[in-house]
Design a protein around this ligand. Structure first.
Ligand SMILES: C[S@@+](CC[C@H](N)C(=O)[O-])C[C@H]1O[C@@H](n2cnc3c(N)ncnc32)[C@H](O)[C@@H]1O
Length: 227
């Protein structure tokens, strides 16, 4: 599947070439046609997964660690992962095969474009944005995925009581997002005083969190519900 992008100017990623392992390459060749897809019209999740279980979307899943963990823990949930980085897609495809995960599907594309074009309103029970690139430099802040524009985009896609879960190890970004979420009264923080949450059992510690811990960073989870 070829990655085709729209002509939107500011994106939350830079497409890195990235080395593929032999296993990832093989998985991309053999399993991409089975578990990944390239939407051409609004996605019907019941047809895609063959059931009407709730759908949790993982945006920028990296190597797919969170999906691999949660898809086994919650077999009654369907997982849609959207990621642009091909080696990460290959890694998740390998795990889908290894653990025989029947409840995972992948789109290799820009999640913002996919939400805009192909995700139906009221179709998602959860949206997970874990360790999104913090774009440290001030002139790059406009690339941060968490923005009012992004919240406006996901608002209709979430079901009532649906969850938005953001996690980061970069405190300034987390504090900015905490304030942004507080301005959106359609979202209710599950913690008192709009506080950070403990890591819930559906989110494992990923490579990015471990890297942050080594650097003495904290971890900041914000778990919101659509009211
Ligand atoms: C820092 S990594 C975190 C990976 C993973 N969520 C984790 O916690 O381990 C951020 C990932 O988001 C992906 N990404 C950023 N913006 C994206 C977008 N608009 N659509 C799809 N993937 C995106 C990047 O390619 C990268 O793999």
């Amino acid at each position: 599947m070829k990655f085709e992008s729209t002509d939107r100017q500011i994106r939350s990623f830079v497409l890195r070439k990235g080395k593929m392992t032999v296993g990832q390459k093989k998985a991309v060749e053999e399993l991409m046609p089975v578990f990944a897809f390239d939407p051409k019209e609004k996605i019907d999740f019941t047809t895609l997964f063959g059931n009407d279980h709730p759908v949790w979307l993982d945006i920028g899943f990296g190597n797919g660690e969170s999906i691999i963990h949660a898809a086994q823990k919650y077999p009654e949930v369907n997982f849609l992962g959207i990621e642009v980085h091909l080696p990460g897609v290959g890694h998740l495809l390998m795990a889908i095969k290894e653990f025989n995960l029947k409840n995972v599907r992948i789109i290799r594309n820009d999640a913002v474009d996919m939400l805009n074009l192909f995700i139906q309103d009221h179709s998602l029970s959860a949206i997970h944005v874990y360790f999104p690139d913090p774009w440290h430099k001030k002139r790059h802040h406009k690339r941060r995925i968490m923005s009012q524009e992004f919240l406006d985009l996901i608002r209709p896609k979430l079901r009532p009581s649906g969850r938005l879960h953001y996690a980061s190890d970069w405190e300034p970004y987390a504090i900015e997002v905490q304030a942004l979420l507080a301005e959106n009264s359609w979202l209710t923080n599950q913690q008192p005083d709009n506080g950070f949450a403990d890591r819930p059992d559906w989110r494992p510690i990923t490579k990015f969190e471990r890297r942050g811990i080594k650097l003495d960073h904290g971890t900041y989870d914000l778990i919101m519900t659509k009211t």
